[in-house]
Every structure is written in structure tokens, then in C-alpha cells.
Design a protein around this ligand. Sequence first.
Ligand code: SAH
Length: 373
Amino acid sequence: MFKKKCLENKPKKKINLLNFNLQKMINFVLQLGEKKFRAIQIMEWIYKKNCIKFENMNNLSNSLQEKLKRKSIIQLPYRINELKSTDGTIKWNFLFDTELIETIYIPEKKRATLCISSQAGCMLNCKFCATGKLGYTRNLLVSEIIGQIWYAINRINQHEKNTYILPSIKNIVMMGMGEPLLNLKNIIIVIDIILHKYGFNFSKNKVTLSTAGLVPAINKIAGKIDVSLAISLHASNDCIRNMIMPINKRYNIKMLLSSVKNYLDKSTANRGIVTIEYVMLLHINDCKNHAKELACLLKNIPCKINLIPWNSIKNSSYKCSSYDRITAFFEYLKKKGFVVTIRKNRGSDIQAACGQLTGTQDYFRKPINIFNS
Ligand code: SAH
């Protein structure tokens, strides 16, 4: 009886509005007894006018503001650290409950890319990846993923008040911690908010979902989600891929490439081209025969190949391929008519490069003022 009373009196947890796409926001305002257009106004305050304080949303009636305050919050992730690399890359550490999550800002001359995390840790255990070695804790909520983007955009836009100018975020890549397709339910809503005109309003060509190859999920999103797709292939045959990416034992290369074709058939993002990511591991997947095999595998897939020099991680016996081997691999594929790029290593001095994200080492590092050049 006493227990029941306690439960009844327990204040209900307020819902974080960063969890809602437009449809969910509409449902929410209707439940509050408000008109549908209020949902659009709230979305515009959050995503266009960058305002997350109900009391400043001055086209909402006072009574609606009060209702919103009673039932909901707009809560950003708690940022515990900010590190800047000598090459300008910035890494933010966020704390979600007890989980440390990382988000990376990668500036070029005129535009920047934001790399966001979708899970705390990762369960796929790719052998060359530091996040994989962490193990898996949980999926991030929509609000935790959207919060990373909202925070980053607004943090970077503070440059207007500063003299040092940071390029604004034009691309979003889901290449941070975790496997986005294992958090599919939330990722579908996240992508809706990123692309929607009342959300962040990004072009689908500027948003990339990267996957290690969850074949059923790729088939499931084909025709439902339309953003640029990147596949972490990393091997030219099943034998090597089984060894370095355990997921290949469940979904082999043939199944993977057939799901990619299926996705591309229904997608117009990125001109119908998939990005094939290929990490360069010395004497594992980087000899001429591998390049030949890769060319053969990909001959009927509209793709761009991105060679990624392996970034070193602690306690690993892998080594990055030498410059000469990477160049030879690159030249072979180019000669075969592929569009090939070699990914620039960014942010490795602050452990912000691909595969280095663990969220753990930065607790005691000194934050750096990102607005100092
Ligand atoms: N789980 C998704 C999203 C992670 S994206 C995926 O696998 O695609 C991160 C990219 O960096 C992936 O292509 C991953 O395979 C690659 N990567 C992991 N560890 C790396 C390392 N040490 N050096 C370079 N790339 C790495």
C-alpha cells in the first residue's frame, strides 16, 4: 500500500523534446490540447532559431509555455571536455548517465564535417578498432544523438562572437562510436530530424550512414531512408573479412554487396553511389592481389573507394600499410577506372581519428579553448 502511494506520488519524468521528429511533436502538442501548428513553431525554435528555453519562445502563449515546462524539457547532453587537435579537429566528450560518448568536428577550408556516435561502445568487435574493444553498453536515445548535433552546430556558431572563424557544419557522418544500424529505430527518427525542413534541414547528399554490414537492416532501410551510404568493407575476400570483422561470418561479402545494390536501386542520395571504406592494414589486406580481388568484387557496384590508413590503437598487433603500399593499391584501382581517395588522417593526436574513439582517455586532459587559432 505504502509502496503504491510512493509510486503514485513519484513525479513523472519529463520528456525531452529532442526525442521528437515533427510527427511525434504533433502527437505531443495534440495531447496537450493544442493545435497542430504549435508543433512546427516549437521545431522552428529548436532547430532554426537555436532556442531551447521555453520562456524565450515568444510566439507560444504563456499557458502553452507553462504546459511545456510542466511536461517536458529540452535537454542537451552534458559536455565534459573539449579537445582541439593541431590540425583543427575538435573532439567533444559527452556524459550520458555514466557513458562517455565522443563527437568529432573536422574542419576543411570552407566547410566542416561532424562525426556523430550512435551507441555507447560497439558490439561488433572489429579487430582493428578501439571502439570495438570497449564492448557494448547501450543504444543512444534520439535526444542523445540529436543533442550532439545541436550542441556542435551552436558551439561552432559561437565564432560569430569571436575573431577566429570556424567553418560551419555542412556534412554529418554517422561514423563515430557504435553501429548505427543496430540502433535502427532511433536512427530512422534521427535522420528524419536531420533532413526535415523543420529540423536541421540538411541535404540527403550531405548525410552519410556508415555500416559494418548489417544485411537485413540495409535491406529494411532500402526505400525508407535515403541518405548517402558508406560500407566498411575492409577486405577483398571472406577469409580476410571473417578474420578482421566477425560480422562477416553472419553476413558474407556476397550478401552484403547484394543488399548494397538493393539500397542503391531505391536511393538517389549521393547520385546513387555507395562509398566503400577500406582500412589499409599492413600485410593483411594491402597487396596487389587484394586490389585485384577488390576491383573484381566492385566492378558492378556504382561506388567510390575510400582507402583509410589504419590509425594506431593501444594493445594492437596491426600496423598501418606503408605509404608505398597504399599508393600502389590506390594506383591499381584508379587504373581500373574506380574513383579512389585516400582519407586524410585527422585528429589522431587527440585520439579523434577513425576507430580511435573510446571516450575514456580524456577525463584528465586539459580542455583547450577552441576559439584560439
Ligand atoms: N560501425 C559503423 C560505424 C563506424 S564508422 C561502421 O563500421 O561503418 C568508423 C569507420 O572507421 C569504420 O569504417 C571502421 O571500420 C573504421 N575504423 C575502425 N577502426 C579504425 C582504425 N583503427 N583506423 C582506421 N579506421 C578504422
